[in-house]
Design a protein around this ligand. Structure first.
Ligand code: NAP
Length: 290
């Protein structure tokens, strides 16, 4: 049973995790945290989080463990290792992976969790660093309805739009749809801004018009102002976006689906990676248009 006394474990205190953790703390929960690089977790202690030295120690305390790490390989490590979550959390506990990861891995974690009498959901998010900080994420969930309902009060502290999409892996498949839509959108945003500049218009004034018309989008409103300020800090890392596009391309190929716009976007971001820009935010695609 989840209630206000349930202790929440949170693994991954990066760009997204730190905002989400602060919203759980504001909601009145005790939050136990762990991060591979300890220094990145330290500022959250001042906000009331309790730092643990290992996943094993964290799992001993908590009835719910949420993960927001980087890559599928990180997810595999934190869940499936000997010292990982599934070997150390108590039966009847809940685990929620909010990392953007592979649908097949979400299914594998669900099955292993079920064998150990643990409830598992995949629940990737959209809404970026701003959504994480403001508690307005869109949360896309795969797994059993009972677990989804039980965790709803916790999801509601981190997000505004929380939808159960289907069985295990469906949250990750939905997130792939999200990333496919973004892949084209961000190219359009960068091309529109470079066109505005080249044609002698004031791009800020252009945004006043196109940001309120049929071209309005989250990518435009969140990233065009950062591009115009020359702010390429992540946001959303290029290296993570390329990881997502790779997963989406692999899944699409397995389904016999062609996705030419996604392929083009991935090629452009590969150029940025080859140029050493993988730790910049996705808005740095604009660098290709300069
Ligand atoms: P991030 O800043 O790199 O945060 C990931 C954190 O997880 C890092 O602090 C990392 O530790 C930690 N971590 C990784 N592997 C670990 C392990 N084995 N054990 C413990 N901690 C581990 O990335 P982010 O921007 O928060 O993104 C996290 C995930 O959300 C990614 O899958 C990303 O694609 C997805 N996402 C991001 C956004 C966005 O706008 N940023 C939006 C939606 C979804 P270290 O400090 O040691 O690296």
């Amino acid at each position: 049973m989840i209630n206000k006394n349930t202790k929440i474990g949170f693994i991954g205190t990066g760009v997204m995790g730190r905002g989400m953790i602060q919203n759980l703390l504001k909601g009145g929960y005790s939050v136990y945290i762990y991060n591979r690089t300890k220094e990145k977790a330290l500022p959250l202690i001042e906000k009331g989080a309790i730092l643990k030295n290992s996943i094993k120690e964290l799992c001993k305390e908590c009835g719910v463990v949420i993960t927001m790490v980087g890559y599928p390989s990180d997810v595999e490590e934190v869940y499936l290792n000997e010292e990982g979550i599934l070997n150390n959390i108590k039966p009847k506990s809940y685990v929620v992976d909010m990392t953007t990861s592979k649908p097949s891995l979400a299914k594998k974690i669900y099955s292993k969790a079920k064998e150990n009498d643990i409830f598992s959901l995949d629940a990737p998010v959209s809404g970026g660093d701003i959504g994480a900080a403001e508690g307005t994420l869109s949360i896309m969930v795969g797994g059993d309805k009972e677990a989804f309902d039980a965790l709803m009060p916790i999801f509601e502290l981190m997000g505004k739009n929380i939808v159960l999409q289907g069985t295990a892996g469906s949250g990750q498949h939905t997130k792939m749809c999200n990333q496919i839509a973004i892949a084209s959108n961000i190219m359009g945003v960068c091309e529109a801004l470079s066109y505005a500049k080249k044609s002698g218009l004031d791009p800020k004034t252009v945004l006043k018009s196109i940001g309120a018309g049929g071209a309005a989008s989250w990518q435009l409103s969140a990233y065009a102002p950062r591009i115009l300020k020359g702010d390429y800090a992540p946001g959303f890392y290029i290296k993570h976006f390329v990881k997502d596009m790779k997963i989406a391309l692999e899944e699409a190929s397995e389904m016999g689906l062609t996705t030419p716009a996604l392929e083009l976007s991935k090629k452009l971001y590969d150029k940025l990676i080859a140029d050493g820009q993988e730790d910049l935010g996705t808005q740095a695609l604009y660098n290709l248009y300069k």
